[in-house]
Design a protein around this ligand. Structure first.
Ligand SMILES: *Cc1c(COP(=O)(O)O)cnc(C)c1O
Length: 371
């Protein structure tokens, strides 16, 4: 049996009858940049996030950049970020002229540890970027409390967590700004790059809207330095077809996650640590990520057996060569470094079959019986 990490082909076949006419409509009207499809998506995603404004941008990385400049980040300002995340979270901070300050994670959820944030705050701190990793929101209650106490902005990197909730609050509701990615592999994926920023703040919204069009307002007059970073009409048309299915897909992902939990409990046992969902969170399982011993050997064995897996992420950001001048060293963030050595993500997508999941877990059992 072959089990891919992600297979988007079945979803396309199911939606093809709607996607083709939606794309044909864009091309027939020949309005490709910032038209009605983007407007509709911005409105729908903002509403979905219980927020006032949605502003479509070119991708999830630009979304973080634009959010940081949107809150008025200045050169040398410090931004507290997790190290156990995709590169873009910290890359955007440096790209925007800021200094990433890395903090450790809660080992159970893989998300930023609020207790570590307080210790990292200095007079230069401007913002905190919690990442809602793998589809589960970070402890936004604690983070918001710290941010308010120290007058810091909170930018939620929600690239992996559209639809997730924390104590009944949605992504975008508790932060100053939230950023989404619609990269094809995300829970709401375009057929190319796309992203969005979400906020309730009138002033930040206006600034971000200007930032995505070269800082131009009115057109051809520039008071601030912006980007060319827009979500295009073709991608927005596709996302408008997909968006109404998002909640159903989240439910299916949760079902798959529970099925994995059950199979692992029955067949493998405690050698594998299954994902931990806080009882006040709604996890949308962008990834189903377990912790295991002999992780790299397990991955190689599964590959031989036709099971694709991924390591998100093998090298923490504080130890990446590009950030060497920040002066971090091995041992600085022990939980992050441990997670980077133990975490492995199993195939996860709404169309994944129970037989495929059973096969994956049988192969995991086989590996630990031999090793
Ligand atoms: C995917 C992702 C991004 C970047 O999104 P792009 O659309 O690929 O630029 C940022 N942060 C996290 C946590 C991500 O998973």
């Amino acid at each position: 049996m072959k089990v891919p990490m992600l297979d988007l082909t079945e979803q396309y076949q199911n939606l093809k009858a709607e996607i083709i006419p939606a794309l044909d409509d864009v091309m027939s009207k020949a309005h490709f940049i910032l038209g009605d499809n983007v407007k509709k998506l911005e409105k729908d995603i903002a509403e979905y996030s219980h927020s006032k404004y949605g502003i479509g941008v070119a991708n999830g990385s630009d979304a973080i950049n634009i959010a940081l400049l949107g809150i008025g980040l200045e050169p040398g300002d410090e931004v507290i970020v997790p190290s156990f995340t995709f590169f873009a979270t910290a890359g955007a901070v440096s790209r925007s002229g800021g200094v990433p300050v890395f903090v450790d994670i809660n080992p159970r959820t893989f998300n930023m540890d609020p207790a570590a944030i307080e210790k990292a705050i200095t007079p230069k701190t401007k913002a905190i970027i919690p990442v809602h990793l793998y589809g589960q929101m970070a402890d936004m209650t604690a983070i918001k409390e710290i941010a308010e106490k120290h007058h810091l902005a909170v930018i939620e990197d929600a690239a992996q967590a559209i639809g997730a909730t924390h104590r009944g609050k949605k992504v975008g509701e508790l932060g100053t700004i939230a950023t989404y990615s619609f990269f094809p592999t995300k829970n709401l994926g375009a057929y190319g790059d796309a992203g969005m920023v979400i906020t309730n703040d009138d002033e930040f919204a206006e600034r971000m809207r200007v930032l995505r069009v070269h800082g131009s307002k009115p057109k051809y007059y520039h008071h601030i330095l912006g980007y060319n970073s827009r979500l295009d009409e073709m991608q927005a048309a596709i996302l408008n077809v997909k968006f109404p299915h998002l909640n159903d897909w989240a439910e299916l992902r949760r079902e798959k996650a529970h099925t994995y939990n059950q199979f692992i409990q029955e067949m493998v046992g405690d050698v594998v640590v299954t994902p931990y969902e806080e009882d006040f969170n709604y996890h949308v399982f962008h990834q189903y990520t377990i912790r295991v011993p002999k992780r790299d050997e397990l991955q190689a064995f599964l590959k031989e057996q036709g099971v694709e897996t991924m390591i998100y992420y093998p090298k923490p950001l504080h130890l990446q060569p590009v950030f060497a001048e920040l002066g971090y060293k091995e041992g600085d963030l022990p939980e992050t470094e441990k997670a980077a050595a133990e975490a492995i993500s199993l195939p996860m997508f709404p169309e994944l079959k129970t037989e495929q999941q059973q096969y994956v877990v049988e192969k995991i059992r086989e590996f630990y019986q031999k090793n």
